[in-house]
Design a protein around this ligand. Structure first.
Ligand code: SF4
Length: 231
């Protein structure tokens, strides 16, 4: 059973949570309780974040941008994606919250699947490795949200056509449930915002903004398995 620590709290890989809470807003106006809450946006890269950040700023949401992507190798690639996000966010006067980079912990988390499901390297993109990859990153985001009193968590992963939206949603619910369980005595409660960020014209707007800002657009998802064409 795999586990890792975030700020003295221990998270254990224990499969999928049941009775998960989620906010379903697909294609609907933003409810007031979300407008008034603090939103932590987990960002995977600048291209996927463009239209979402622009839209959230236009909507007046109180927004934090969280970069937690220990899946990415090599480190130079990670640093480049982060700096592109910082450049884009700065144009809105926003700073990027940078999580600790720990690729070994990420590898240990996804390798917990190997005995049951065969080689992690052999798993295709959108397979179980990707679901666990999302969980690893979103647990860290949910923990940050709980500690820093954000009300809502969502992710730009749900803007990529290469990602399975159901996997992203499952991982987000899992992460918020884990963080809420870890902080139940503190009284914090982070809600998962399971939005489809491809809708509402955001997919088209994303392409315009990437060109306008001349953003670096990576050619692989992030991990070594996708880098070598295995994912
Ligand atoms: S292919 Fe992408 S989503 Fe899947 S495990 Fe690798 S980095 Fe994560």
């Amino acid at each position: 059973m795999e586990s890792f620590n975030i700020k003295n709290r221990r998270y254990i890989f224990a499969g999928t949570f049941t009775n998960m809470e989620s906010i379903k807003l697909k294609g609907e106006p933003i409810p007031d309780e979300l407008k008034n809450g603090r939103v932590l946006l987990h960002c995977c890269c600048a291209p996927c974040s463009t239209a979402i950040i622009e839209w959230m700023v236009q909507e007046g949401l109180r927004l934090g941008i969280f970069f937690s992507n220990s899946n990415i190798v090599p480190f130079d690639e990670y640093a480049h994606r982060r700096s592109e996000l910082e450049r884009y966010a700065a144009s809105y006067g926003l700073e990027v919250i940078d999580d600790e980079y720990d690729h070994n912990a990420w590898l240990a988390w996804v390798r917990s699947l190997e005995s049951e499901h065969g080689s992690v390297a052999a798993m295709p993109e959108r397979g179980l490795r990707c679901l666990e990859c999302f969980k690893f990153r979103l647990i860290r985001a949910a923990e940050y949200a709980a500690v820093h009193e954000y009300d809502i968590l969502t992710t730009t992963l749900a803007s990529s056509r290469w990602k399975d939206l159901e996997q992203v949603d499952e991982a987000g619910r899992f992460a918020c449930n884990a963080a809420n369980a870890a902080h139940s005595e503190d009284g914090y409660h982070v809600r998962w915002w399971g939005q489809n960020w491809r809708k509402g014209g955001l997919q088209e707007r994303r392409g315009c903004l990437i060109r306008e800002y001349g953003l670096y657009n990576q050619s692989y998802c992030g991990c070594e398995f996708s880098l070598h064409g295995l994912g």
